[in-house]
Design a protein around this ligand. Structure first.
Ligand code: HEM
Length: 211
């Protein structure tokens, strides 16, 4: 008697795992950075109010710390978070080749083409694993601004101990303006960045759960 061996040729293929778009380290560091940046900006506005550079101050309702002393405590506490997390992100970004792979090259032609497409809502968002040229420019740019805001901050925090750094910025007073301009650029970036994340929710999802 022969035995019938039934084989099922119609087994559904194992579900392919959705591609990891944002690895865990990027997500963790991105969100720690977002919290640290917001704490730095809000406490920074309160510090600014104690000695404004321009003819305006920030409404107390959007500042952190209550008064100069409180704001400085917040600013220096969040500073460690921002610096350690930022340094770890920079080192990992370079060491893993992520920056080279995802943020470069950036060509003027590529930026112009993608910017035009973005403004006419013709930019494709199907492939989240590659950044378009506008994203590359904005991300590389804001990372550079992040480095400059930390360095200019250090030079107004310790202008005696770090006098060469302060001198590099053209002195204490100029470093304060540089610090303020960087803050403004980060706020502008944040408005555009958050708006785009909400417009393309699957990019936000990928930055939260990875896929
Ligand atoms: C709380 C508000 C924020 C939200 C909702 C947000 C959301 C996102 C999302 C969804 C992505 C992935 C988008 C994509 O696929 O292009 C992303 C990437 C990125 N964001 Fe944010 N973000 C926030 C705050 C910030 C802040 C404060 C900074 C820096 C100042 C920042 C810098 C970046 C950078 C550099 C990337 C690219 C990261 C990489 O690929 O290594 N974000 N963000």
């Amino acid at each position: 008697m022969s035995t019938l061996i039934v084989t099922d040729h119609h087994v559904a293929p194992a579900p392919t795992k959705a591609k990891v778009v944002q690895p865990a380290w990027v997500r963790t560091m991105h969100w720690i950075n977002a919290v640290a940046m917001i704490l730095m900006i809000m406490s920074g506005w309160q510090i600014y109010n104690a000695s404004p550079l321009f003819g305006f101050s920030f409404s107390r309702s959007i500042t952190l710390g209550g008064w100069l002393g409180g704001a400085l405590l917040w600013h220096f506490a969040a500073m460690w978070l921002l610096m350690i997390n930022g340094l770890a992100y920079l080192i990992t970004g370079f060491a893993t080749g992520r920056f080279r792979r995802k943020l470069f090259p950036i060509t003027p032609g590529g930026v112009l083409t993608d910017l035009k497409a973005a403004l006419t809502f013709k930019l494709a968002h199907d492939d989240l694993t590659t950044y378009n040229y506008v994203q590359r420019l904005l991300y590389a740019g804001i990372i550079a601004v992040g480095v400059v805001i930390v360095l200019s901050g250090l030079s107004i925090w310790k202008p005696v101990q770090l006098q060469y750094l302060t001198a590099l910025f053209g002195g204490y007073d100029v470093a304060r303006y540089v610090h303020f301009v960087c803050m403004s650029l980060i706020c502008l970036f944040l408005i555009v960045h958050v708006a785009l994340a909400l417009l393309v929710p699957k990019s936000l999802r990928a930055m939260i759960i990875g896929r």
